[in-house]
Structures are given as C-alpha cells and as structure tokens.
Write a protein that binds this ligand. Sequence first.
Ligand code: MN
Ligand code: MN
Length: 309
Amino acid sequence: MSKELVFGHQSPDTDAIVAAKAYSYLQNQLGYDTEAVALGEPNAETAFVLNYFDEPTPRIIKTAKDEVDSVMLVDHNEFQQSVSDIKDLTITHVVDHHRISNFRTDQPLYYRAEPVGCCSTILTEMFDENKIDIPVQLAGLMLSAIISDTLLLKSPTTTDKDRIAVKTLAEIADIDYEKYGIEMLKAGTNVAAKSDQELIDSDAKSFTMGGKNVRIDQINVVDFEDIDKRQDDIKNAMATEAQDKNYDLFLVLVTNVLNSDSRLIVVGDPVEAVEKAFNNKLSQDATMSLPGVVSRKKQVVPPLNEALS
Ligand code: MN
Ligand code: MN
C-alpha cells in the first residue's frame, strides 16, 4: 500500500491538527502507511497544546500531488478549505463533523460523518470500535481539540458523545479538564501578539452561499476591549483582503470565550442578508452584537446560507 497523507483544513485550528495526528496514528495501527500533515502553521492555542503534551508539530504542506496519489481528510470536506491540488488527488477516507455541500469523488471511499461537536470525538469512538488504545499524550491532544471546538462543552454544537469523550480522554491523560481547558482557551486568545492580517486569517474559512463567495473568520477573546481599539484597522484589512481574493462578504466573528457571546464585524455585500440572517440591524460601525452565539458552524453558517440562497 502506498503512503497517504492525512490532514485537516487550511488555517488549521486545534481539531484540524490533532484529528490528523489521531487518525494517522489509528490508520497506521490498522496497517495503513500514513503521515499526518497540516495545511498551515498551528495557531497560538494549538502551539500551547502541542507544547503542553510535548508533541511535535506536523510538517506543513502547500500541495500533496508531488508526494502522494491518495489522501485522507479530517475535520473538513469542502474542497476550497482543503489542500490546493485536492482535485488531482484520490480521497480514500473522510472523517468529519461539518456540512456536506459540494463534495464529490470519482472513486468509492470511506466517509464517516457525525453531527457532533468535534472530529476528535468521532475518532475517540473509532479507537474504541477498533479496540486500539489511545496513547496518553494523544489523549491529551484529543481532549484539547474537543475543549477547543466546543468551548469547554458550552457551544450548542456539544453533544452527549462529546461529553463522554472528554471524560474518557481526561481519564487517560489524567487531566483536570476544566482547569486545563480555561488555561488552554486563554492561551489561544492572545490577540495583542497578532497583526491585523493574522487576526483575519488565522481561523478563516471560505464558503459558497447562494452563488456568493463568503469568508468567515473567528477570533476568540477574553474581553471585547482587546478588539475595540483595533476595529477600524481590522476592517481595513478585511476590505483589502476581500478585494484581493474576490470575497463578496467577509465576516469576522469575535467570540468572548469566557461568557459565550459574540460580536460580528461585516465587510461587503449584501448587508441585508446578514441582517436578515440574524434578525438584527448592523450598527453604524458595521458591527452586530450576537448574544449567545459562539458556533460558526451551527449559529452563523446555516442562517446566513438561508438568507443568501
Ligand atoms: Mn476545525
Ligand atoms: Mn472540528
């Protein structure tokens, strides 16, 4: 069997990097020859996690066709979020917890999708199904991914399966997950250390909605004030990027991870669709407060998609 690469989405978050490592480990135990790689640098939170559990950062790739014919996707399936030459590769496996909107392949494949809070939750189940033990360090990483994706089990994307997986993994890793989780989330919110460009890039995803190119970024903070003083600069960076990359609409969701609220910064058109999606008016400074909203996947993408379609 020839070697395959395993990776999560571009602008990787903790789950994208950890799920690739976990799935690669599992598949290698089951006889495949795989390597976990990443489609971008780890963000501050992921760097904290890798350092905490003393695990190496995966190699970063831009293209895959030059080294393999086949790949396995985790934590994403939309081609515009994947490796740049995904259309020239054979996808043999997908493990994901996102919508399926434009996925197609020429060959049959293994595809595991579950509407749970984190890809690493599905992988926790798959280790169990295959009777493979999760190594201690890997359990710590997978626990971190679930805490990250579900904001310590508080996001509305959280399911009972995520809660069970957190308990299982915390036991294996021997971690007080609530205490560790707050420390980890805080480590990921250091916005002062990031440039405006890094802020609008580091957790951004592209979507096609009703024929529009929509870019949605999420910035975690522990205090909205961290963003307030830079809001005009951030908006300028968004406008420039939207023009360069042909985004019709660029949204930045600023999420307070401690009290589970968000604020939306909006650049582009149609603004009316954004207002309709959230049943709220944009204020003078092109922002909108979204109390209780923390999940891009569950609370932003679906209403926006409906409003634009
Ligand atoms: Mn992700
Ligand atoms: Mn995920």
